[in-house]
Design a protein around this ligand. Sequence first.
Ligand code: ADP
Length: 575
Amino acid sequence: MANAPHGGILKDLVARDAPLHDSLKAEASTLSDITLTERQLCDLELILNGGFSPLESFMNQADYENVVDTLRLADGAIFAMPITLDLSKEDIETKNIKPGARIALRDPRDDVALAIITVQDIYQPDKVKEAINVFGADDPAHPAVAYLRSKVKDYYVGGKIQAIQPPTHFDYVALRYTPAELRSHFAKVAWRKVVAFQTRNPMHRAHRELTVLAARQRQANVLIHPVVGLTKPGDVDHYTRVRVYEAIMAKYPNGMGHLALLPLAMRMAGPREAVWHAIIRKNYGATHFIVGRDHAGPGKNSQGKDFYGPYDAQDLVTKYRDELQIEMVPFQQMTYVPSRDEYQPRDEVPKGIETLDISGTELRRRLKTGAPIPDWFSYDAVVKTLRESYPPRTKQGFVLFLTGLHNSGKDAIAKALQVTLNQQGGRSVSLLLGDGVLPELDESFSRKDAEKSKDLQRLAYVAAELARAGAAVIAAPIAPKAASRDTIKETVLQSGGPGGKFFTIPVNTPLEYCEATDRQGFYNSARQGKLSGVVGVDVVYEAPERAELVVDITQQSIPEIVTRIVLLLETNALV
Ligand code: ADP
């Protein structure tokens, strides 16, 4: 393979001098340390394994400024992305970080020391300039600019890195390769020409056709090289995507393609990102690299316009063509031509011929509603995998949150609902009655106590986890305070994944009725001063201002209320 880079400092170090590796490990335990961010962890992995070659460390000021200004390291080698170890002033002061200091860099997931950096310099970046030069605008609609503004600390630390060990992964281990491993795999299977395909999205038939066409054009094999580090916020999670990639590999002619995962933290920097991706793929042993339409595009800016032109990435890669040591395979948008049952680059489709496309938004809509996804667009195995991760609403979890006074009828409604939803089937149903679940969550809880906000928070956590796993959750605490109800709702909505549906249903039965029919005597005891903390007597019930549905057992029968709640679920396409 032409211009194979070194195997990364980790490989050199471990192979060359194993005792040194042990002594570094011992030394790390005596040093001041930094727990890496998730992005720094991805960057460090590729520094260590040679994926960022010729870069062997987090950038010092000279490299950083050169890269930001000219896409070159200080020694003139082309490199498109600043790779920096950002730290706060507090870190620098409390950890005594200064030139010459040796600092252990730890994996945030398991606290293992992965490397030691010998600090060369500490410098303050011009973040506005970084945003404009690298990402094209200082506009927080760009995910990397938002990250730069809100997450990146104020100081960057450069210095030589010594490797201790690579980060440990537990997922898809067999599909993870270092550059050296992938190059030796290509040597083993005698692949001389390899077209690499970068992706952060599920692959469908267009992508399979695109990569096969590239292979045919260049008489090469195909490396499917998806990013499994950080991608654009909101992207399909990498577990789902890897299952999709595994399914699509079966659609390639036998032996033509190979799947390997790349632990890269993308920046969505379009043109610069494409140059960076090309360098990385060269390091992994590819001879060719596909750049299609809107490569690594971040979407729209705050004026609603695209940050980059659809082929800007191809133009920038072309500009550095002679130095990159990997050949770009440019593509126009691949589009489906029904009359030929084939995908073709848009610029090759004769005028007047019908073409079909399904946008990302439309695909998400079809997944959400369960609408069909046609064969010309994807493969059954791919669609099945996506549907498992993005179940239609009828399979998604939700929380029905009944709040109201003691003896307002909310428990009776909740139990009747549980029976009705069990009868309907399709989901597991969880009933979280205040009296039933709160003592389970808090051993000091007594039925004589008022609900504590901490207990309600625990209940919210359980409800959120159950809904996220697809359950129909019926929660019925008293929850008299607006603030704690808001926190419960937020906990469920922020739990992510399918299951973020939350319905507040106040059971507004008047206090007089609740009191008159209270066979347990709570109100009576409270009135006689024997019990305190009884909502409606000495604790105010703050009536909800916003609710999806308000019910009252003095106005409607329980079967009527259940019907109204089922209709609410139906209106939201959940049943
Ligand atoms: P990203 O470019 O952010 O990794 P994708 O995973 O969507 O996003 O795309 C991977 C590569 O495939 C990019 O080079 C992109 O331009 C190209 N690509 C994706 N879909 C098409 C298509 N329909 N036609 C041509 N190129 C495409």
